[in-house]
Design a protein around this ligand. Sequence first.
Ligand SMILES: [Fe+2]
Length: 295
Amino acid sequence: MGGITVLTQRVFGAGAAGPAAASHWALMSDTHIDADAATEARGAVMAANLERVREEILGHSDRFEAGFLNGDCAYLSGLPGDYATLGGLLKPFSEAGLPLHFNMGNHDDRGPFCEAFAAQRPESPPVEGKHVTVLETPLVNWFLVDSLQRVNNVTGEIGEAQREWLARALDERPDKPAIVMGHHNLQETPGEKNGKPYVTGIEDTLAFRDLLVARRQVKAYVFGHTHNWSLSQPEHMAGLHLINLPPVAYVFDAARPNGWTHATVREEGLTLTLRALDKSHPEHGVVKELAWRAG
Ligand SMILES: [Fe+2]
């Protein structure tokens, strides 16, 4: 369903004492919530996982500015019932005054999503048929892009119109570090399936990658989709950080962690702490320091 787009733009006040030295953000991805909260997949009860993550975030000693849900909010095909259940699970966040911002994944559907989360519907959509968000904050600007191409089909796409919008939106904000967040991973080389090229990441990766790399204020691209927590800084991407969030729901490889990520933004970079659901996982609580590239 096209034609529904969201722009939420919020400028956080710096306060009398000036901008804070650090801000805290709760990063979630791939919740895969089914209408039936008891649904289990790959050994995980997804609604129960989200409840645990929610309670960890709300019970944390740091005050989060906002939470992000980086796509695949719904289980498989973004049904109204999925979002109704998701809405109930997320309600304690709004009751606690914590704003949430969403990406669309390949298992989401913009129409039913916006029906369930009416506050996410924009007054004037910046990109027709895409759900995008810009958040301006004292230490960083967040740009949430929409890589959903077709509901319940794995391939992602940014698309020319959205790339043009993103380039403009970034060019209008050249002086502050930018973090771009979308559901799908970059995929520079297509795979192959039945003798044909097969892309499970972003179909227009090269154009999207070049757009990000060329703008020095873009410091990181954050995504989910692969359900595989990892950080990288590919040599040919000129210092851009790639941050692959863990899923709240299930993993595809039993050795990988699920959970959420605590992001602390500072002037010079980002601190990421993995909060795995399995507290005995070797990566649980590991702190990673990411320095911003120059420019
Ligand atoms: Fe997913």
